[in-house]
Design a protein around this ligand. Sequence first.
Ligand SMILES: *[C@@H]1O[C@H](CO)[C@@H](O)[C@H](O)[C@H]1NC(C)=O
Ligand SMILES: *[C@@H]1O[C@H](CO)[C@@H](O)[C@H](O)[C@H]1NC(C)=O
Ligand SMILES: *[C@@H]1O[C@H](CO)[C@@H](O)[C@H](O)[C@H]1NC(C)=O
Ligand SMILES: *[C@@H]1O[C@H](CO)[C@@H](O)[C@H](O)[C@H]1NC(C)=O
Ligand SMILES: *[C@@H]1O[C@H](CO)[C@@H](O)[C@H](O)[C@H]1NC(C)=O
Length: 392
Amino acid sequence: MNLLLLLVTTCSAAVFQVPTTTSGSFRAKLIREGKYSSFLASRLQQLNTGSQPLLGFSDDPCIGNITIGSPPQSAFVFMDTTSANLWVMGSACTSVNCNDPLLGIIKHKFNTTKSTSFVKSNRKFNIQYGSGECSGYLGTDTVEIGGLKIQKQEFGVANIVDYDFGTRPIDGIFGLAWPALSVDQVTPPMQNLVSQNQLDAPIFTIFFDKRDPDYYYPSNGLITYGGLDTKNCNANISYVPVSSKTYWQFKVDGFQVGTYNRTVNRDQAIMDTGSSWFGLPYSVIAGIATQTNATWDLYASVYTVPCSTMNSLPDLVFTIGAEKFPISAPEYVEDVGLDDGTCALAMYGIDASGFGPSVTLGNIFIRRYCSVFDVGNARIGFADAIHPNSVI
Ligand SMILES: *[C@@H]1O[C@H](CO)[C@@H](O)[C@H](O)[C@H]1NC(C)=O
Ligand SMILES: *[C@@H]1O[C@H](CO)[C@@H](O)[C@H](O)[C@H]1NC(C)=O
Ligand SMILES: *[C@@H]1O[C@H](CO)[C@@H](O)[C@H](O)[C@H]1NC(C)=O
Ligand SMILES: *[C@@H]1O[C@H](CO)[C@@H](O)[C@H](O)[C@H]1NC(C)=O
Ligand SMILES: *[C@@H]1O[C@H](CO)[C@@H](O)[C@H](O)[C@H]1NC(C)=O
């Protein structure tokens, strides 16, 4: 969006925000007092970017709070960069998975009759995820996220959900991927935020705080809609184009660890907030295992190294675009409680022989590199995340 358009949008929004003052005199007063530019800046802050603190559960750091309806009803949704639909559990979902009594997880189920702005559609929905499926019907309502309002967002109200959704403290899923992945051609919320002129820039930025040993922890990240996260992320961002507007998919040019070096022209990566470990081609994992002297733990089905050697192992370096992105061993090695003094290489193998993505960069990568999802320019950018102490 160009600057002129931005200012015009901002001014008119400000006029509507100040109903008891006429636009002319209010603006003139600010200009007279030399406060107009800071006023605009504050309006930008309030109206055109939104920040959504994230909650974490186990090794899943990407749970966000949204509200739906009038008056607003809260829902905690998994912010997912690999799907493109929004759905929440409806109050008619009475099965055990919407009411997990075993884990004591409280579900916030959306009661459509309590919202005066809810409009039910006659379309049904059903979405299959890797971890299970959910189904119900579609409707539209106002959705609020990070202080930004999306009008007439179409979303799923689920009556039936699979077990996996019951065992996590989430009430639904908020898809942040491209419209091509949207089931039933529903416009994803991010696209509505952009087309409804809610954002300064058609981007969102994800920051994850350091790994937290607690199972269930209050705040470990932030999503910024419409802007960069200048507090938590370095301003030096390197971008690569999105190679397929489905997932947030892009090309990885190489991997290097110790003397192992694989330069490729074919590996496609996706950025996945639902993946706590790296997904890598088997050959790359074999290279990393050799370079770290890791051994295969048959029982745990992971490569392990003595935890005590963690600090002396070489970096794992991704080449993306022209840049190198090192991940240190304490970041890619994780103590998973094996009780024999060994720690796991936090990675799993992906068959790289097909045409699909062979690399999944998830939470370990984002924790080290804030990720800027640029919808307008179809590119993804990485910047050093600022962690006051260490990243781990
Ligand atoms: C979730 O959002 C609602 C509405 O903004 C707010 O009232 C509530 O306190 C939030 N909950 C948490 C845990 O942040
Ligand atoms: C939904 O809200 C309506 C209206 O307040 C109420 O009568 C109904 O009991 C609620 N349904 C559930 C399942 O809580
Ligand atoms: C930005 O980051 C790149 C890659 O790390 C580096 O080559 C470049 O010097 C940095 N620029 C500034 C201004 O720090
Ligand atoms: C890896 O191999 C490529 C191509 O042969 C080379 O350009 C690059 O310098 C190598 N990197 C390292 C760290 O050995
Ligand atoms: C792996 O083991 C070899 C042989 O014992 C040793 O020379 C090398 O330093 C070890 N590498 C690492 C990263 O510990």
